[in-house]
Design a protein around this ligand. Structure first.
Ligand SMILES: [Ca+2]
Length: 136
């Protein structure tokens, strides 16, 4: 598996801080390969977003998502978008994440991807967001 490593992700949930205002729960935690670190928005923020700016045009056909299970299954629905250069276009959607959710589909090429948590019981805690390309 070849991993497309994103640059510093930017959170886009307007006005919403990190959990307890603590930078230790920042969005970069979904890219650090450490399952003990996670991104967690503030209490009450149940539909946050993460935008990953990729190193350039990148093609992937697998997305890997992991929740931080010590805090339980929190995400009920999620979606992912690719940036077309002009607008966001949804390419994946699913229910629940849990220990690991793998999405696989047609190859997606883009410079930016966005993960949207569509529905969650409480503020989500995500430990990994990975993009991979599996040659068929
Ligand atoms: Ca992590």
């Amino acid at each position: 598996m070849k991993q497309a490593v994103g640059r510093e992700p930017r959170r886009r949930s307007a006005g919403a801080g990190l959990h307890g205002g603590d930078p230790a729960y920042g969005a970069a935690n979904v890219l650090d390969g450490d399952r003990n670190t996670y991104w967690c928005p503030d209490d009450g923020v149940t539909t946050p977003e993460i935008v990953l700016t990729l190193p350039g045009e990148t093609t992937f056909d697998v997305v890997s998502l992991r929740e931080h299970l010590p805090l339980g299954h929190r995400v009920d629905e999620w979606a992912m978008d690719r940036w077309t250069g002009e607008a966001w276009e949804e390419f994946a959607r699913g229910v629940s994440i849990g220990a690991r959710r793998l999405w696989r589909g047609d190859p997606v090429t883009t410079e930016k991807v966005r993960l949207r948590i569509v529905k969650a019981a409480v503020c989500p805690a995500l430990t990994e967001l990975g993009l991979h390309f599996l040659a068929k």
